[in-house]
Design a protein around this ligand. Structure first.
Ligand code: GAL
Length: 656
């Protein structure tokens, strides 16, 4: 407790993996040890983010009720062990986990330490057992009503798959539709039936969500005013977090970048997590104070990096900065994972001192920044089922990775220090001037209409190759690509060419567009498009489709819609986004050097400008004679401010 206090720790997450200790057998519960811990932390002025401990069931439970153990995608019944190793449709799991959550809520309802609930931990299981198969059929009945509709939605006449009875439907796994390894040239998970696999992903995401909701409801009925969360994982592919977010009172997530992760990618994940609840602040639930244990190379966070990345989270909307782990465990897989308190056990370590320094600063900031919001005029569309569908696709290219495409367009805004919201395809777009939807392959019902309204009312919309192709079941919208987006974009894509990694084509500007002029490299996929009202701003430079449009602009209502028909080099995307921002009057709040990130949050009449120097050298920023207070030094700042390597400033200013 004394070390926690020295480090400025005012909230601890307990007990995340203690189910076996809390419930040593079916009818015996033991909360006394937890009472002591919670009393101790409360006595020391520390709050609890109270975890329900349900991410790893006790061994006795798996032994007595083997149905709780999942079956993996290869059809193997799993044995007890590891964590998040339960079938999400197991009635036994749901009954016991809900019961434990309820007991914890009853016991600690009025405990002074209780501040927020943390259900489970990093949900993420897919299961293929018979019980899941049964539940899948029920889920399908609810969604589609009849077996005929299922046949239609999945195009089951292909390869003679037509089913006549519900129990003929089986989960797609490596034993039937799906596979790993090289199949038709695809060295990754593939599926022969995208429609079935997509729905199974949706169903699995919903299945774990049901587990979470069971606990949520049990807790809510007892402590209605205490917020509830579960820790998410950023761009975690298996679950549709937009759907999950509807059931979380506050978003929380675990940020574990690799040392060589681009800072723009880290920022994008924060923005995605903030976007889950339409811009509300989130909790940074976990980050390591120093190194991880599960990456191939677990480098130390260099001096200053933990502080810098903590403020980066805050700059993008985090209202907490929390760590895993507080004290290094001494056995099993996380003993080499960084901690506030290292194995040596005292405070005289680099890591402890850096954490304590951060703790002091956050304490001094108090609640000034809490609940402030980010104001973005530009957004990037992101959709989980679009992600699944793009990467389930058999063709045209195995190189196409959805998140990489998102990252490229995000980076263009990030490098300009233009704030971005990450939004779902059916989000309210009316508050934005620019919306970019990279590879919007799947256009679900209502999405084209949403984009239509946005552009009609003056918005600038950008989408790229391989967009507008399928509906929510991965069935192609017949009548020409890009399907429902064809009119908005004013083009028809007749064919899609896939280039090998060593093949390139080029984008040749017809005339300068902003700073874009001359030629740029592009590759991977090339849509062969015809103009149907749009203007060609650039054409392909090579191959039999040389001279066909590759960048188009279409005026639609009061707005404009752009199509980028291939995968361009980053430099092209940067300049193109810069041009669009310029046209819409969107600019960085400050002119800074490369490697310096600027992000703003607003509250009442206050503006907070975060300046983050990711460089290993000092930088100076011209404040243009504006009067600020640097909240981290409590000093006035105007004219110039210098920031050392990895240093941060938070400049406060009153708005008129
Ligand atoms: C998280 C998890 C923690 C810990 C950490 C290690 O995924 O929630 O319990 O395992 O990773 O990095």
């Amino acid at each position: 407790m004394s070390l926690f206090k020295q480090a400025g720790i005012n909230i601890v997450t307990v007990p995340v993996f203690s189910w076996a200790k809390l419930q040593p057998s079916e009818d015996v519960f033991d909360f006394e040890w937890l009472d002591k811990i919670l009393d101790l932390i409360a006595d020391n002025g520390i709050y609890a983010c109270l975890a329900t401990s349900t991410a790893a069931q006790p061994a006795w439970m798996s032994k007595k009720y083997p149905e709780i153990l999942p079956v993996d995608i290869e059809g193997r019944k799993r044995k007890h062990g590891s964590r998040v190793n339960f079938c999400p449709n197991s009635r036994v799991y749901r009954k016991f986990s809900t019961e434990l959550a309820k007991k914890l809520a009853e016991r600690y309802e009025n405990h002074p330490a209780l501040l927020v609930w943390h259900i489970g931990n990093e949900y993420g299981t897919y299961c293929y057992c018979d019980n899941c198969a049964e539940e899948f059929r029920t889920w399908l009945k609810d969604r589609y009503g009849t077996i005929e509709e299922v046949n239609k939605r999945w195009n089951m006449s292909f390869w003679g798959h037509t089913v006549y009875d519900w129990d003929e439907i089986v989960p797609p796994s490596y034993l039937n539709e799906m596979g790993k390894g090289v199949f038709l040239g695809y060295p990754r998970d593939y599926t022969c039936f995208q429609g079935i696999s997509l729905d199974y992903n949706r169903f699995m995401s919903d299945s774990s969500l049901e587990c979470y909701k069971g606990e949520y409801e049990a807790i809510k009925s007892i402590t209605p005013d205490i917020p509830i969360t579960t820790n998410l994982m950023g761009t975690f592919k298996p679950f549709d977090y937009f759907k999950w977010a509807e059931h979380l009172d506050i978003i929380s997530w675990d940020n574990y970048p690799a040392m060589n992760d681009q800072t723009s990618n880290i920022a994008m994940r924060h923005d995605l997590m903030r976007g889950l609840k339409d811009g509300l602040p989130f909790m940074l639930m976990e980050q390591t104070p120093s190194q991880q244990n599960w990456q191939p190379y677990n480098s130390l966070k260099r001096p200053g990096v933990m502080r810098l990345w903590s403020y980066q989270a805050v700059a993008h909307g985090a209202d907490t900065v929390m760590f895993f782990q507080l004290r290094r465990s001494f056995g099993a897989s996380e003993k080499y994972h960084g901690a506030l308190i290292e194995h040596v056990g005292h405070e005289n370590t680099r890591v402890f001192k850096e954490c304590a320094q951060l703790g002091k600063e956050l304490k001094a900031l108090g609640d000034r920044i809490l609940d402030s919001r980010i104001r973005s005029k530009a957004a990037i569309m992101f959709g989980w089922d679009n992600w699944w569908a793009v990467e389930f696709s058999s063709g045209p290219s195995r190189e196409l990775k959805y998140v990489e495409q998102i990252e490229k367009y995000y980076k263009a805004f990030y490098d300009l220090n233009v704030p971005i919201d990450m939004v779902k395809p059916d989000a309210d777009l009316s508050k934005y001037d620019i919306v970019v939807a990279p590879v919007l392959y799947m256009v679900k019902a209502g999405v084209a209409e949403n984009i239509h309204q946005f552009v009609k009312n003056g918005g600038t919309f950008v989408t790229t190759f391989f967009s507008g192709i399928v509906n929510e079941n991965d069935l192609v919208k017949l009548g020409g690509y890009p399907g429902e987006l064809r009119k908005i974009l004013g083009i028809w894509a007749e064919e899609i060419d896939a280039l090998t990694p060593d093949m390139k084509n080029s984008i040749v500007m017809k005339e300068p567009v902003g700073n874009l002029q001359g030629g740029y490299s592009c590759g991977m996929l090339c849509d062969l498009i015809h103009l149907e009202g749009a203007n060609a701003l650039a054409v392909y430079g090579k191959d039999f489709y040389a001279g066909m449009p590759v960048l188009t602009e279409n005026s639609f209502g009061k707005g404009k819609a752009y199509y980028i028909a291939s995968d361009p080099e980053q430099g092209f995307i940067n300049e193109f986004i810069k041009y669009l921002c310029y046209k819409k009057g969107i600019s960085s709040p400050m002119m800074v050097d490369e490697g310096v990130e600027v992000s703003q949050r607003f509250k009442d009449k206050r503006e907070f400008t975060f300046i983050l120097n990711h460089n290993n050298f000092e930088v100076s920023i011209d404040l243009k004679n504006m009067k600020y207070t640097n909240l981290l030094t409590e000093k006035a700042a105007e004219k110039m401010i210098s920031l050392g390597p990895k240093d941060v400033a938070i400049l406060e200013r009153m708005l008129e």
